[in-house]
Write a protein that binds this ligand. Structure first.
Ligand SMILES: [Zn+2]
Length: 135
């Protein structure tokens, strides 16, 4: 693997279990032990006020809530991929997650499009999650 020259997520102790699950290619989100709601991004407290949660695997399926097509990349390291799509995806468990949509032409992406999680090991110590069209 070449040196990873793109932006890296800031992995705080609160976020570490999430990124560890991405590295295992099985995303886990916090699920409230009190009301059962999944949440993302990781937080100390649920909306219901409970601090008790369990990292729980999700199915990895969802649909595009909204998206944008990036033509001018934020850094030169991303420019070769432009144009590319960044989407908010509502996963089946409820939360919305943001990432790129890969594996299709940017013009094929649309609101409501079914997508699934895919993983990319971009560096020995970093795996990213992305979305690709389902089916
Ligand atoms: Zn709750």
């Amino acid at each position: 693997m070449a040196d990873y020259e793109k932006l890296r997520p800031e992995i705080t102790p609160l976020h570490e279990p999430f990124w560890d699950s991405v590295k295992r290619h099985q995303v886990e989100l916090q699920r409230c032990d009190s009301c059962g709601a999944f949440r993302f991004i990781p937080t100390e407290l649920c909306r219901c006020g409970s601090a008790a949660s369990t990292w729980t695997p999700i199915a990895g399926t969802g649909e595009v809530y909204t998206y944008t097509v990036v033509h001018r990349a934020p850094t030169p390291a991303y420019q070769a991929e432009a144009p590319y799509v960044i989407a908010h995806v509502t996963v089946d468990e409820g939360p919305r997650m943001i990432s790129v949509v890969v594996g299709c032409d940017p013009t094929d992406v649309h609101i409501g499009m079914p997508v699934t999680l895919v993983y990319e090991d971009v560096a020995p110590d970093l795996t990213l999650y992305k979305f690709t069209p389902a089916g």
